[in-house]
Write a protein that binds this ligand. Structure first.
Ligand code: SF4
Length: 728
């Protein structure tokens, strides 16, 4: 008999609801949940094939099925029991902490973990061990959006919702190939355009992506020039009187300081730096402001949708803040169809931010740098203190490991040996680390090769918990089938592994707290503690329980005790969570990319997603049909660049940056700008020729990318590296 279980897609931040069909211990089908407000039954190619990636045939080939220890580096690991594995892990972490201090260990987590998993790891690191060295691959994804929101609006809270797409009269899509990266949301955009032909869509992207095909105005800016563009638009709005002076006076601060920085951003300069025409710049400013010339009083609502094109940048925070400046200057926030809406890349980057699972954050949007917040969290957890030293963020953590400062790393549900920039550095770090624990569902990731201890984890369709999508909507993730393998020594839930490890560690550490910090037997018990930590905070969810999510379905935060529904839209009253209740303009100035192209490295390399693949392909790469869209890795160039270099379609080329070199076939793509190159992020070394003559696994595009990062958000510039391209 077929059993049906409501759950959530584990891929992107749209957070689509799915209904899992199962028979016995096998997933047999999946379909979109018509009752889920993120997708109303729709699924994209990835979501619609989830059941195939969970089949027994695929599982047998890809899953990590028991704990394994690698006795010597570069040798095959051998099985061991859970008890011995967690004993080894706790003894080793305790020894290193005793000998070298708590900051000699670090945890590198994932936006694909569930909120409950994240919560335990965060408490374990900051509360029990006493180190803030806990960061996640969300640092590569959303940290600039977090920093941009906090700098301007006061809190890390996307103020808009998906429904705003159908209320907007202007959509400003920047740094986001929504058509491929958030396909079900893009269907909403297509529906909105079909229902309202007056809707104007502006797309800003150096590449003319599939998303640009729907644009009324497409701005092919030069890579990294977004701040100049936004400042130039605001310059024109000021000049033309399209700002909302009354709204600015009533609800913001800092506009005069910003105005001073805008003076030099003349249309002529902006057009030249961004590589667009002055006319297009003018139209973009006019459309965004929602004003017709001479008609500033009646504003059409403008919704911005943005993602990694802004975030993965050495100016990521400034790009986010400069865009939000446009919304504040025109009062385009806090009403239907208006607002700056950051799209999250991963399924639970939001949940991780909510529990404070990053090196500079604490539970419930508290700040590590704030002594009162540290005291509140210490009291909640029952520990004497939370350390005040900022932890290492993603790039810093691997740099510290390469320098010998961090000696033990625990990596859960992510694959830094493929996904982090500057792979030579990351692999050096993993080699130098004394002890590397990899907690993973899949045995096939590049990072598994560096593990001293491999801990098998459950995954989608097997685990329980919650996730939060881009629009602050919390959904349940539910188990439909038991984990594969032996009940005794097979995969375990991520939260349960962390809890078991923490309980073993407690008596081995210098006493920082009463023992018994981790009393959880279910993910619901963890949720309840997390929920209490949000009381009185901007994301207060004290009115939300597992039972409520089961009865009423997914809910948006905030939803405090006593409320029956969450808030679809924030700041409708014009009051912001800052000390004076006003939103803050940021005086943003343009800085070029960290590594501009020049004569020796004359191409701007960008990376990004494909429509049918996810991350490092440990799941989507198991299905032949998902290679029907794009079958193999390639470097895309404009046909004129190929002709100038005498390259034919399919020629093999060396793509080389200051950090590494890879060989790929070249592909002509007229959507590319001149002197620009694009390589999809999904392929790692195993797909690019496997193992070198030295026995080292080759890296994918991240052999080339730079670890230069935004000084504020610490998010690395995965969207730009200078490269040269020579025929192989
Ligand atoms: Fe899953 Fe995102 Fe596709 Fe929805 S749009 S089915 S969440 S990958």
């Amino acid at each position: 008999m077929t059993h049906e279980t409501r759950s959530t897609c584990p891929y992107c931040g749209v957070g689509c609801g799915v209904i899992i069909e199962s028979q016995g211990d096998q997933v047999t089908g999946v379909r979109g949940d018509p009752g889920h407000p993120a997708n109303f039954g729709r699924l994209c190619s990835k979501g619609a094939t989830l059941h195939l990636t969970a089949s027994a045939a695929v599982t047998r080939q890809t899953r990590l099925m028991q704990p394994m220890q690698r006795l010597r580096r570069h040798e095959a690991p051998v099985p061991l029991a859970w008890d011995a594995a967690l004993g080894l892990a706790s003894q080793t972490f305790a020894r290193i902490t005793r000998e070298h201090g708590p900051d000699a260990v670090g945890f590198y987590l994932s936006g694909q973990l569930l909120t409950e998993d994240y919560y335990v790891f965060n408490k374990l690191s900051k509360g029990l061990i006493g180190t803030n060295n806990v960061d996640t691959n969300s640092r590569l994804c959303m940290s600039s959006a977090v920093a941009g929101y906090k700098q301007t609006l006061g809190m890390d809270a996307p103020p808009a919702c998906y429904d705003d797409v159908s209320h907007a009269q202007r959509l400003f899509i920047v740094g986001s190939n929504t058509a491929w990266a958030h396909p079900v949301l893009f269907r909403r955009i297509e529906d909105a355009k079909a229902a309202n032909p007056a809707l104007k869509i502006i797309v800003v992207d150096p590449r003319r992506t599939d998303t640009a095909a729907i644009a009324d105005l497409y701005l092919p800016i030069q890579p990294g020039t977004d701040v100049m563009l936004f400042n130039g638009m605001l310059h024109i709005m000021l000049w033309e009187g399209w700002i909302d002076a009354a709204w600015i006076a009533a609800h913001t601060s800092g506009f005069d300081a910003l105005k001073a920085t805008l003076r030099d951003c003349t249309p002529a300069l902006v057009a030249q730096v961004c590589g667009i025409t002055k006319e297009d710049l003018y139209v973009a400013a006019q459309l965004f402001a929602g004003a017709s010339a001479g008609d500033a009083g009646r504003r059409a609502p403008t919704l911005s949708l943005y993602c990694q094109g802004l975030n993965q940048s050495s100016s990521g925070t400034a790009k986010n803040a400069a865009l939000i400046n446009l919304h504040l200057a025109t009062g385009q926030i806090g009403r239907p169809g208006a607002g700056p809406f950051s799209l999250t890349g991963q399924p639970n980057a939001m949940g991780g931010r909510e529990v404070g699972g990053m090196a500079n954050l604490l539970s419930a949007h508290r700040d590590l740098a704030n002594p009162q917040h540290r005291a509140e969290v210490a009291a909640l957890w029952g520990v004497p203190s939370v350390p005040d030293q900022p932890g290492k963020t993603a790039v810093e953590m691997f740099q510290a490991a390469a320098d010998g400062e961090i000696r033990a790393l625990w990596i859960a549900c992510t694959n830094p040996a493929q996904s982090m920039p500057d792979q030579a550095l990351v692999r050096r770090a993993l080699e130098r680390c004394e002890f590397v624990v990899v907690q993973e569902a899949f045995a096939t990731t590049a990072t598994c090769d560096y593990a001293d201890l491999l801990l098998p984890a459950t995954t989608w369709s097997e685990k329980e918990g919650t996730v939060t999508n881009s629009e602050r909507r919390i959904s349940r993730v539910r188990a439909a089938v038991p984990p594969p393998g032996s009940a005794q020594n097979g995969p375990r839930h991520d939260w349960a592994i962390a809890v078991d490890f923490a309980r073993r560690l407690e008596p081995l550490l210098p006493v920082r707290a009463e023992t018994g910090l981790f009393p959880y037997d279910t993910p619901e018990a963890i949720w309840n503690e997390h929920r209490e930590s949000t009381r009185g905070r901007d994301l207060d969810i004290t009115g939300l329980s597992y039972a409520r999510l089961d009865d009423a379905g997914p809910q948006q935060w905030p939803l405090p005790e006593g409320e029956t529904v969450g808030k679809a839209r924030l700041y409708e009253d014009g009051v912001f969570p800052t000390p004076d209740g006003r939103a803050r303009f940021a005086a943003t100035t343009y800085r070029p990319v960290a590594e501009p192209r020049e004569s020796r490295y004359p191409f701007s390399l960008s990376t990004g997603r494909l429509r049918d693949q996810w991350h490092g392909m440990s799941r989507t790469g198991t299905l032949g049909r998902l290679f029907g869209h794009v079958a193999e890795p390639a470097v895309q160039l404009h046909p004129q660049d190929m002709a100038r270099r005498g390259l034919q379609e399919g020629d093999l080329v060396h793509v080389t940056s200051r950090r590494g070199s890879i060989v790929l076939p070249v592909q002509g793509a007229s959507e590319m700008g001149l002197s620009q190159a694009f390589i999809a992020m999904h392929w790692g070394g195993e797909f690019l020729g496997g193992v070198s003559s030295m026995g080292v696994r080759l890296a994918g595009v991240n052999a080339l990318t730079t670890s230069a990062f935004c000084p504020n958000s610490k998010q690395p510039e995965l969207k730009h590296a200078a490269v040269k391209i020579l025929k192989a």
